[in-house]
Design a protein around this ligand. Structure first.
Ligand code: GUN
Length: 294
C-alpha cells in the first residue's frame, strides 16, 4: 500500500486564494485594507527569512505589511513599547513577534503585551488558555497547528474518536496541536524525549503529528497501518549530491512511512506552506474583528 500524499502547497494555495478574494471584497465593500505588523528582534538568518516570506505573502494577497526590525540587544521595555505602539495603530490588525526572541528578553511578558484582538499567532496566554478549556474558544489559533488541522481535513481523516499521538510538546506546535485535537474529540497522547515506549504509543495511533525536531526518527515499522501522518519537522541532513550540500527531511522517514500510512505529508511541501497561509487567514479575521467594532 502506498499512502495518499497530502499536498500542503495545494491546500495552502487554496487558503491563500480564499483570503485574497475576501481581502478584495473588504476593500470594495468597506474601503478597508487588512494590515499585519511583523516584529523581528536580532538578525537570526532563519527568522529573518521567515519574516520576509510572511511580508511577501501579505503583499501578494493585498494585505498591508509593516516590518519592524530591532537590534538584538534591545531592552525589554523597548520591545514592549514597539508592541504597545502597534496595539494603538488602527492600520495594524495583526501583530506577529517572531520567535525565538534573544535569550535576555522575557518572551511571555512580550506576548502578554499584544492586544488580544491583534494576536494573529494565537500565542497570548489568554488565547492559549481558551484553546485548552472546554466550551471556550480562542480568537486565534496558532498557525502551524491550524494548518495541520486543514491538512487532516484534506486527507479526509476522521478526528472524532481517533487515537492521536503528538511527538513534541513545544508551545508553538506540540502543545496547541494536542489541545486542538482534543477539542475535535480525539483521544490525545503527547510523547516527548522522556517517553519510554514511543513505538508502543505510535502503533496505537490513527493520527500521528511529529514535531520533535529529529531527522527521520519515526519509521514505517513504528506506525499503525492506514494511519495519517502529519510531519512538522524540518531538519537538515548532509547530502553531498545536493547543490547546497544538504537536503531537508522531516521527523518521519518518508520512504518507509508512506508504505504503511494511509495518508502522509511530505517534507518539504507538506506542513511548511500551511503556516503562512493560516497566518494570512488569521490576519483577515483580525481585520474582520476590527471592522465589526467600527
Ligand atoms: N517561530 C517559529 N514558528 C513561529 C510562528 O509560527 N510564529 C512566530 N511568531 N514565531 C515562530
Amino acid at each position: 500500500m502506498s499512502a495518499y500524499i497530502i499536498d500542503g502547497k495545494q491546500v495552502a494555495s487554496r487558503v491563500k486564494e480564499e483570503v485574497a478574494t475576501a481581502v478584495t471584497r473588504m476593500k470594495e465593500e468597506h474601503n478597508y485594507t487588512p494590515g499585519l505588523a511583523t516584529v523581528l528582534v536580532g538578525e537570526d538568518p532563519a527568522s529573518a527569512t521567515y519574516v520576509r516570506m510572511k511580508q511577501r505573502t501579505c503583499e501578494k494577497l493585498g494585505i498591508r505589511s509593516v516590518g519592524i526590525t530591532l537590534p538584538a540587544d534591545s531592552s525589554q521595555t523597548e520591545v514592549e513599547e514597539v508592541v504597545a505602539k502597534l496595539n494603538a495603530d488602527p492600520e495594524v490588525n495583526g501583530i506577529l513577534v517572531q520567535l525565538p526572541l534573544p535569550g535576555h528578553l522575557d518572551e511571555e511578558a512580550v506576548l502578554n503585551t499584544i492586544d488580544l484582538e491583534k494576536d494573529v499567532d494565537g500565542f497570548h496566554p489568554v488565547n492559549i488558555g481558551r484553546l485548552a478549556m472546554k466550551g471556550r474558544n480562542p480568537l486565534f489559533i496558532p498557525c502551524t497547528p491550524a494548518g495541520c488541522m486543514e491538512l487532516l481535513r484534506d486527507a479526509g481523516t476522521e478526528i472524532s474518536g481517533a487515537e492521536a499521538v503528538i511527538l513534541g510538546r513545544s508551545n508553538i506546535v506540540g502543545l496547541p496541536m494536542a489541545m486542538l485535537l482534543q477539542k475535535a474529540n480525539a483521544t490525545v497522547t503527547i510523547c516527548h524525549s522522556r517517553t519510554k515506549d514511543l513505538k508502543g504509543h505510535l502503533q496505537q495511533a490513527d493520527i500521528v503529528v511529529a514535531a520533535i525536531g529529529r531527522a527521520q526518527m519515526v519509521t514505517g515499522d513504528m506506525l499503525k497501518p492506514g494511519c495519517t501522518v502529519i510531519d512538522v519537522g524540518i531538519n537538515r541532513v548532509d547530502d553531498p549530491e545536493a547543490k547546497r550540500g544538504y537536503r531537508l527531511v522531516g521527523d518521519v522517514d518518508f520512504a518507509s512511512a508512506k508504505e504503511v500510512a494511509g495518508a502522509i505529508t511530505p517534507v518539504p511541501g507538506g506542513v511548511g506552506p500551511m503556516t503562512i497561509a493560516m497566518l494570512m487567514k488569521n490576519t483577515l479575521h483580525a481585520a474582520e474583528i476590527a471592522l465589526s467594532k467600527g
